[in-house]
Write a protein that binds this ligand. Structure first.
Ligand code: SDX
Length: 435
């Protein structure tokens, strides 16, 4: 970041008439920031920003979002280009190392990830401790955190090589663990990774393959899976990424930090929205009930929100939703499900909502979760696995952001303050004197 021409803002405290000058810092693009790091020591005041609607928590070079214009860049490249011209592992390399890999780098990175896809056999015994009907996100929280019990040789976050090995292990093993969580829930045996398959193809094989027959890769579904992973890979300082950064700022090991990110992603306001969208579409059931649900979404007294709509940053169409909608048509056509009633209902809901003054005024557009569930259901994933797939993809973004933070010399432990409105000091009352 740079402070050009001594840019600054001046704050006047009308309680004491004092003025304070705060530096204005510029990034390479996007909004400038007011550097408030010395605000408390100079003014005795904190800033107050629950939900961090106006707060930059860190400096980063990984992802840039222009919410007003619906633009998403990873290391400067548009998501539309990456989703249509790259593989997920190319994007993973880009997020981790800052540049798109050349052929030799991609081959080496792909080989490294491929040869880390198996998990310790003991993990399969640990997984069997869950109930068969456990939500797969509960299993992912538990097993990802447990990885730190297996890899004592890569927990030293100050060792660059151990950081890199942990990153590779997480990117490689998360799909295997996700597939194991699914197989466990349906009572089928775990399917081991196959090194001759691509990252997405291997995941589909571990999910839907069975020992009773040889796996047949479906290139259309593999390409769709790979693209869905790319669309979910990273997204600036969202709730789960901020959770990973906060956990990592204390020096916690990367496996525990990613487990914290998975927990945060699970919420229906965040990564859990793709599961919530499908449940909402099934609840709406038919086009003639759309007005009823839109009315509920607009009713301040009704907690119902239109799932898959709205975004803290995008006040325009989420570019990922556009790519996802195209993929929807491709996959459903390829599966002979062009007339999927859910897709028709979703498109009608989108059409009506985008013409509704409430949604127009509040700039509520479909987000990445609105169409993803329809594709995933058509591909055969149960709705409980939707957020798990989001976590598989976002692990790359989480670990890239964690790595960037650990390697930032300015890194400090995250420790926000508060506006205290509770009881001021008062004399203690012994039990005999209460009531
Ligand atoms: C993801 O941050 C990221 O980058 C996340 C993500 C990523 O890749 O990591 O993009 C992934 O989480 C996408 C979002 C998935 N969630 C949903 O689809 C759930 C439904 N959406 C809402 O819960 C909401 O839009 C949020 C949580 C996504 C954003 O909430 P904000 O930024 O806190 O916005 P807000 O709640 O202040 O809403 C502003 C206004 C409010 O009305 P007023 O109080 O101003 O009158 O818009 C309304 C809200 O009531 N509103 C909605 C709505 N979303 C916002 N009203 C009806 N339906 C909705 N979906």
């Amino acid at each position: 970041m740079t402070q050009t021409k001594n840019d600054s803002v001046t704050l006047t405290d009308n309680r004491n008439g004092k003025s304070y000058t705060l530096p204005l810092l510029d990034g390479s693009t996007g909004p400038s920031v007011i550097d408030v790091r010395k605000l408390y020591s100079e003014t005795g005041h904190f800033t107050f920003d629950p939900g961090y609607t106006s707060t930059g928590s860190c400096e980063s070079k990984i992802t840039y979002i222009d919410g007003d214009n619906g633009i998403l860049l990873h290391r400067g490249y548009r998501i539309e280009d990456l989703a249509s011209k790259c593989t997920f592992l190319e994007v993973a390399y880009l997020l981790l190392y800052g540049e798109l890999p050349d052929a030799a780098q991609l081959e080496e990175f792909t080989k490294t990830i491929t040869y880390h896809t198996m998990v310790h056999e003991q993990l399969s015994f640990m997984l069997r401790g869950f109930r068969r009907d456990a939500h797969p996100m509960a299993i992912m929280c538990g097993t990802t955190g447990a990885l730190s019990a297996f890899y004592h040789d890569s927990l030293d976050i100050l060792d660059p090589r151990q950081r890199e090995i942990s990153a590779h292990r997480l990117i490689a093993k998360i799909p295997t663990m996700a597939a194991m969580a699914y197989k466990y829930s349906v009572g089928q045996p775990f399917v081991y990774p196959r090194n001759e398959l691509s990252y997405a193809g291997n995941f589909l094989q571990m999910m839907f393959g069975v020992p009773a027959e040889n796996w047949k890769d479906n290139p259309v579904l593999t390409k769709a899976m790979d693209r869905i992973f790319i669309l979910h890979a990273d997204h600036e300082q969202n709730a789960s990424t901020s959770t990973v950064r906060m956990a990592g700022s204390s020096g916690a090991n990367p496996f525990a930090c990613i487990a914290a990110g998975i927990a945060s992603l699970w919420g229906p306001a965040h990564g859990g929205a793709n599961e919530a969208v499908l449940k909402m579409l099934n609840e709406i059931g038919s086009k003639d009930r759309i007005p009823e649900f839109l009315a509920r979404a607009k009713d301040k007294n009704d907690p119902f929100r239109l799932m898959g709509f709205g975004h803290r940053v995008y006040k325009n169409y989420d570019p990922r939703a556009s790519v996802m909608r195209e993929s929807c048509h491709e996959v459903l056509d390829a599966l002979g499900k062009r007339n999927d009633p859910l897709l028709a209902l979703a498109m009608e809901l989108e059409r009506i909502a985008l013409e509704d003054p409430y949604f127009v005024e509040k700039k509520l557009f479909p987000n990445v979760d609105f169409y993803s569930g329809i594709i995933l259901k058509a591909m055969g994933f149960p709705v409980e696995m939707f957020t798990v797939l989001f976590a598989v993809a976002r692990t790359v973004g989480w670990i890239a952001q964690w790595k960037e933070m650990i390697e930032d010399p300015a890194m400090k432990i995250g420790r926000p303050r508060q506006l205290y409105t509770g009881a001021t000091e008062r004399a203690f009352v012994p039990l005999s004197g209460r009531g």
